[in-house]
Design a protein around this ligand. Structure first.
Ligand code: AMP
Ligand code: MG
Length: 520
């Protein structure tokens, strides 16, 4: 297996002088060298051919012993030096101090098709940043990360990617619900990929320690490799950098709202400096449309990271990044202006995104009300978000009386729709119909446009759980099936119609389907 290694992060930035793998505070360094744990019996479960191709590997390479060895952590690729990154963060709104890659180890950066990718193993053992954790990951959470990151990519949502999913052959002890019932589960390792894994928290670490020298080094490195279009380092460039990160973060969150994705743990250590969705933990997909929903049981009390709050949290996290970059900018005004603009842009882009979901091309003042009324209707009775938008694309102009029938299959409890509620829907369909008459496109053009932004297939929590249950028995067929379906989430794919379905009742309160914790 031949890779075109192009390491820069560990070559150009300061490393921890201590090379012992002991848990500690690490200062004046962006990373610590550490070797992945040797898995006792690695086994490849699945690999993304597309991602492999992107780093210059063909199908034969995926099947090679080298691939298994390197991406399970068994062997270190020649002339590379794996490392864990140092970062800090705000967790659930509170400053948490040093965190770092506690269970991720960067292998190397590699060039493929003139793009550079960093590859890291998640779940391959302790690092200096492991704190009280074991550095390992279980099969269930690894399947969730593997499937979801590739699915998000195909949905057009900025995200880190996944290259491979492997069993380590080792058992891992986990108390899945934090209720004192710890049990052994199968250990796994995901090789994940991104241009860089630098997070807001990497900047926060140096800023909190008033280590401005290294804050600048890290920022200049980030500019050089990931924002070269902004120009040479200077105050103005740092301001532009913050602005660009703000725009990318907003763009990512608007995509989340569009597809009904709830990240679940939007701590600042889980915010990519490239605006990529990162760290797939207790994430979930909206089934019935609900602004207040969070999949993360650890956040059940405050619901800080609920669906409807993601845009606000994005802004809050950006404020933390702004504080971290402040020593390089030393001017509050431009930062405030950028943060204010986030709110303005959010309103604008969110409206535009919702227009597209309803198939509206012309921009009219009145649309905000139509969209708000549609959300109100969805809240009348449990309405499946993915299904309702997909079915709405079948609507035929001029027949508002058929509206409810067209979307009927999206309701979880249609018996709840009493006369009043049905009337509200009818009124909405009349307004929608009138609005559609102000468009110039045909029904079928509108349908095509809507189906390009409203996915038919998303990784519903119960789907991932079914794949996990099978995989626990050693059957990876469903992992592959879901991987294949989710490659073309906007296509009809009639052969996979069974996955275009509401969450089954058995999954409503099942662990892993409606409830997930950070324990993974
Ligand atoms: P997360 O909430 O998964 O983003 O993780 C927050 C912090 O905890 C990061 O520093 C992780 O590296 C660390 N962490 C999470 N799980 C483990 C684990 N099993 N072992 C060591 N560190 C962990
Ligand atoms: Mg994390």
């Amino acid at each position: 297996m031949q890779l075109h290694i192009k390491d820069t992060f560990n070559k150009e930035l300061p490393s921890d002088s201590n090379t012992e793998n002991s848990r500690r505070q690490v200062t004046e360094a962006t990373h610590s060298y550490v070797s992945p744990r040797i898995p006792s019996q690695p086994k490849l479960i699945h690999a993304s051919k597309e991602m492999a191709n992107a780093i210059g590997l063909d199908e034969a390479a995926i099947k090679s012993k080298d691939f298994l060895d390197v991406f399970s952590g068994l062997k270190i690729y020649p002339k590379t030096k794996p490392y864990a990154m140092a970062y800090a963060g705000h967790q659930f709104g509170n400053w948490a101090g040093q965190l770092g890659d506690g269970r991720a180890i960067n292998l190397f950066e590699v060039e493929g098709n003139s793009k550079r990718w960093a590859i890291q193993l998640k779940g391959s053992g302790e690092t200096p940043y492991s704190r009280q954790g074991d550095g390992l990951a279980v099969l269930r959470s690894s399947i969730r990360e593997y499937l979801c990151s590739e699915a998000m990519h195909h949905l057009g949502v900025p995200t880190t990617r996944a290259l491979s999913l492997m069993l380590s052959g080792d058992d891992v002890l986990r108390d899945m619900l934090y209720n004192g019932n710890a049990d052994y589960e199968k250990g796994a390792v995901v090789a994940r990929v991104a241009p860089t894994f630098i997070r807001f928290g990497n900047f926060e670490l140096f800023a909190a320690r008033n280590d401005i020298k290294n804050l600048k080094k890290l920022t200049d490195y980030t500019l050089k490799y990931f924002y070269p279009e902004l120009g040479k380092p200077s105050k103005e460039t740092y301001i532009k950098f913050f602005e660009a990160v703000t725009q990318r973060t907003l763009d990512m969150i608007i995509h989340w709202q569009r597809v009904g994705f709830v990240h679940g743990v939007m701590n600042t250590d889980n915010m990519s400096i490239l605006g990529l969705t990162i760290d797939y933990g207790p994430y979930g997909w909206l089934e019935d449309f609900d602004f207040g929903w969070t999949p993360n049981t650890t956040d059940k009390q405050n619901k800080r990271y609920r669906f409807g709050n993601q845009p606000n949290i994005g802004l809050w996290n950006l404020l933390q990044l702004a504080n971290a970059l402040y020593p390089l900018i030393e001017e509050a005004e431009p930062i405030e202006a950028i943060l204010n603009q986030y709110q303005v842009d959010f309103e604008k882009q969110s409206l535009q995104m919702m227009r597209s979901k309803l198939g509206l091309q012309v921009e009219l003042e009145e649309d905000a009300k139509l969209l708000a009324n549609f959300e109100d209707c969805m809240l009348l009775s449990e309405t499946d978000m993915t299904i309702v938008f997909r079915l709405l694309a079948n609507y035929k102009k001029g027949y508002p009386e058929n509206g409810i029938e067209i979307i009927e299959n999206a309701f979880y409890k249609s018996e709840e729709l009493n006369q009043d509620k049905l009337m509200q829907w009818k009124v909405w369909f009349k307004a929608y119909d009138q609005r559609l008459h102000k468009e110039t496109i045909t029904d079928s053009e509108r349908q095509k446009n809507m189906n390009a932004v409203n996915p038919k297939y998303v990784l519903r929590n119960y789907m991932a759980q079914l794949a996990i249950d099978k995989a626990d028995e050693g059957d990876y067929g469903l992992v592959d099936e879901l991987f294949q379906v989710l490659k073309k989430p906007y296509d009809e794919q009639p052969e996979y119609e069974k996955w275009f379905a509401k969450r089954p009742e058995w999954a409503r309160h099942k662990v892993g389907c409606s409830m997930l914790s950070c324990s993974s």
